[in-house]
Design a protein around this ligand. Structure first.
Ligand SMILES: Nc1ncnc2c1ncn2[C@@H]1O[C@H](COP(=O)(O)OP(=O)(O)O)[C@@H](O)[C@H]1O
Ligand SMILES: [Mg+2]
Length: 259
């Protein structure tokens, strides 16, 4: 049996007296793709930050790549925070943005060489953006830019990729493309992926496990298992209708879109 790349046990996190995470337990195995879904303020970003070593925690244990958060070797863990539109103003070509992903591996004093450029180009290819290597990032659509950011994370050759709402701002088609790209990475390189998504409907088609988080993890199991109605109501509240997008999804079969 292989060891989990991310292992969270009974994690409790408070901001002052307010409990943001309450005895949360979660594993991400090598090559596994896991999505956290849940309402705003449910603690999703907090959980990612604890795993990344960016936020201290009160109780429980957290391990990433067998060690403490924040103590992994440079380049082992890639993190894509929520997309920052201001990064678009950065005057840089796609390939050079990807090349920046090599910096943690190179260390401070080394400049990227031909091998690094080759790798950066290969990463752009993986995300289907080879044709855009000389295009300034300002000229890219939201979905294209997001894929270039993924390529940058890949150029680091991480073992774990952590993404916070990576599909926000993408239209439905780009969203599906994006998840397909992530899956390809998982399949080709065995990267473990932990991401936050708002869209339980779309994401459930692509990931191995979904964890519903609203201060506590309410459900944590393989996709395909039906999420009990009671759990959905506890996590999202009674007034929100969740469309679970799978082969039984009546709404899809009738050709309606999910929003
Ligand atoms: N720096 C902070 N100081 C105080 N409270 C915070 C801070 N960051 C987040 N919170 C609170 O913790 C809860 C979880 O926030 P967050 O992890 O950002 O949720 P999500 O990403 O699911 O929207 C929210 O109630 C939020 O207001
Ligand atoms: Mg958040």
């Amino acid at each position: 049996m292989s060891e989990p790349r991310i292992n969270v046990r009974d994690l409790t996190v408070r901001y002052g007296t307010k409990i943001a995470l309450d005895r949360v337990t979660l594993d991400v195995m090598p090559g596994e793709m896991v999505s956290i879904v849940g309402p705003n303020g449910g603690g999703k970003t907090t959980l990612l930050k604890v795993i990344l070593g960016m936020k201290a925690f009160d109780e429980g244990t957290v391990q990433i790549l067998g060690g403490k958060p924040g103590h992994v070797a440079p380049g082992e863990v890639g993190y894509l925070p929520q997309i920052n539109q201001h990064l678009r103003d950065f005057p840089i070509h796609s390939l050079d943005l990807v090349l920046m992903g090599r910096f943690p591996r190179l260390g401070l004093l080394k400049r990227p060489g031909p091998k690094d450029r080759e790798l950066a180009a290969a990463c752009l290819d993986i995300v289907g953006m080879s044709d855009f290597s000389d295009v300034p990032v300002q000229a890219l659509s939201g979905g294209q830019l997001q894929r270039v950011f993924i390529a940058r994370a890949l150029a680091m050759e991480p073992k774990v990729l952590i993404l916070d709402e990576p599909s926000t701002g993408l239209d439905a088609v780009s969203q599906e493309d994006f998840y397909v790209t992530l899956r390809r990475l998982r399949d080709k390189q065995g990267i473990s992926i932990l991401m936050v998504s708002h869209d339980i409907g779309v994401v459930s088609n692509y990931v191995d496990k979904i964890a519903c988080l609203n201060r506590r993890i309410h459900y944590h199991g393989p996709v395909g298992e039906e999420i009990p109605e009671k759990v959905i109501q506890e996590v999202f509240g009674r007034n929100i209708q969740i469309l679970v997008h799978n082969k039984n999804c009546v709404t899809c079969r009738e050709g309606h879109s999910h929003e």
